[in-house]
Each structure stands twice: as structure tokens, then as C-alpha cells.
Design a protein. Sequence first.
Length: 94
Amino acid sequence: MVLFLCRKRIFFSFYLTKAEVLSLQMKDVDLENGIITIRNAKNEKDRLVPLHFNLAPVFIRYCIAIGVNNKSEALVFPGRDENDRIISTYLISY
């Protein structure tokens, strides 16, 4: 249940599209500076999204809980295994 609440809070706090959330990797999240890099966003350009300072501790606990905190290529919201993506219909249930 705690993991579900962390995912929900993180997902809705990023202000990203579903496609951006589904492709977000750990290497795109800079917790020290509070910045999320969205790669190949609109017009094939990268964009930077600020991470609210209250969300950083929640995000860290979430990443540790799902085992992706030290894996730069890992998806932030993985599916059934670390290489599987969550399907967009699953995100609706958050």
C-alpha cells in the first residue's frame, strides 16, 4: 500500500504526459539539483522539469523500494520486471 501511495504522489507531482512518465529513467532524475530531464519531448527537444523539494525524500524511498536507485538505465515506473514498461491503461488505476 505504501508503494502504491508513493507512485501515485510521484506520478501526479511531475506534471508530465503519460508517454513522458513511461519513458522516464533514473538517469533523467537529478535529486541533488531537483531537476527531471524529459528527453525527446515536444519537437524532439529535451526539457527540464523542477522536482518539488518535498517530493525528493518520497522519490528516494520509492526508488529504493522498487530496487532501481543505483541503476541509471532503469525505468522509474517499471512494469513486471525491470525492462518492462507499465502500460498506459495501468496508470489510470493510480
